[in-house]
Design a protein around this ligand. Structure first.
Ligand code: FAD
Length: 310
């Protein structure tokens, strides 16, 4: 068995692997591909102290960093189920979709999250060339330019307020007849001079020149007519789905489906830790995920030196 089994090979999992291996722990890293969501990212400008790096470059760098240490990497594998050890100190088991079972004294869940997609035409074509999911990450790329936001919940309205500060104009599209965000956010939004809210509005097709997005067709649900917006970006803010199905029967999740962790990354099950976007940590960013992966690995080490095996 391993001392630490880390599931997920994104920034959180890779950082946890490096920290665990540097503690001299027998470390295994299971997941699909090195990089996680970073593989879907174009340019990253907010990973201090690297001024600019492509997502693919960062994914390759994560792999190189992990490979500097004696980490047992099991790539192209997905975890199907966590079976907790029962007694404190007992081995936990992770069943893989391949049918294999891997056992370890501690498990770090770092399986990340995925943005809920609109599913409209052009969304995939112009992903990272106008279609974006993260205003903190991609907002500054559209400084001084007109953009749209899809989603009238808290994250959509927060994104619109944030982008209004950077972009020339923001159009917020809400599918239903009214915004769902907290009133205080709506009040802040309606005070902004460069924001327009469209209700009963469904994004229909992201338009572009083959390389970059140039506009958005949307349907006015009150009369079914299709209208057009000249915008350079569409920020999709209709939910972030944590990849927590494989632990849902074992550890406590919050109402968003995130693994509930404390400040050390500990979950409701002793010896099982959570890190990164799959966990209840606020603000989903690379630098934050890496920090929480490091925290979880150090906490796993602490747990092990204090918990005898039965
Ligand atoms: P992830 O990166 O999601 O990695 C988790 C990995 O686990 C994935 O490979 C996933 O496929 C895998 N996995 C899922 N389920 C299982 C399972 N059952 N078994 C095994 N493996 C599984 N952040 C920034 O800081 N700056 C940016 O500029 C930026 N731009 C972004 C642009 C885009 C398009 C996207 C989508 C995100 C962006 N982010 C950015 C957010 C950032 O990528 C995430 O916060 C970060 O990758 C989270 O790291 P993580 O390791 O927690 O999870």
């Amino acid at each position: 068995p391993f001392d630490v089994l880390i599931v997920g090979m994104g920034p959180a999992g890779c950082s946890a692997a490096v920290y665990a291996a540097r503690k001299g722990l027998r470390t295994a890293l299971v997941g699909e591909l090195f990089g996680g969501q970073v593989l879907d990212t174009g340019e990253i400008d907010n990973l201090i102290p690297i001024p600019k790096i492509q997502g693919s470059g960062l994914a390759a760098q994560l792999k190189q960093d992990v490979e500097l240490y004696p980490v047992h990497v099991m790539a192209n594998q997905r975890a199907a189920q966590l079976v907790p050890g029962g007694k404190p100190g007992a081995l936990h088991a992770v069943k893989l979709e391949s049918g294999a079972t891997v056992k370890a004294r501690t498990v770090i869940a770092a399986t990340g999250a995925r943005w809920r997609k609109l599913g409209c035409k052009g969304e995939e074509t112009y992903l990272t060339h106008g279609v974006a999911y993260c205003p903190h990450c991609d907002g500054p790329f559209f400084k001084g330019r007109p953009v749209a936001v899809a989603g009238g919940g808290n994250s959509g309205v927060e994104a619109a307020i944030d982008l209004a500060n950077i972009c020339s104009h923001v159009t917020l599209l809400q599918r239903g007849p009214e915004l769902k965000a907290d009133q205080v956010l709506q009040d802040a939004l309606y005070k902004l001079p460069n924001v327009k809210v469209l209700t009963n509005a469904t994004p229909e097709e992201v338009k572009g020149d083959g390389t970059n997005m140039t506009g958005l067709d949307w349907t006015d649900r009150t009369d079914g007519s299709v209208k057009h917006l000249d915008v350079d970006a569409l920020f999709v803010q209709i939910g972030l789905l944590p990849n927590s199905a494989w632990v849902k029967d074992a550890v406590e999740l919050n109402k968003m489906g995130e693994i509930v962790i404390n400040e050390c990354g500990a979950t409701s099950i002793p010896g099982v830790f959570g890190a990164g976007d799959v966990a209840s940590t606020p603000y989903k960013q690379i630098i934050i995920s890496m920090g929480s992966g490091a925290t979880a690995a150090l906490a796993a080490f602490d747990y092990m030196i204090r918990t005898p095996t039965p």
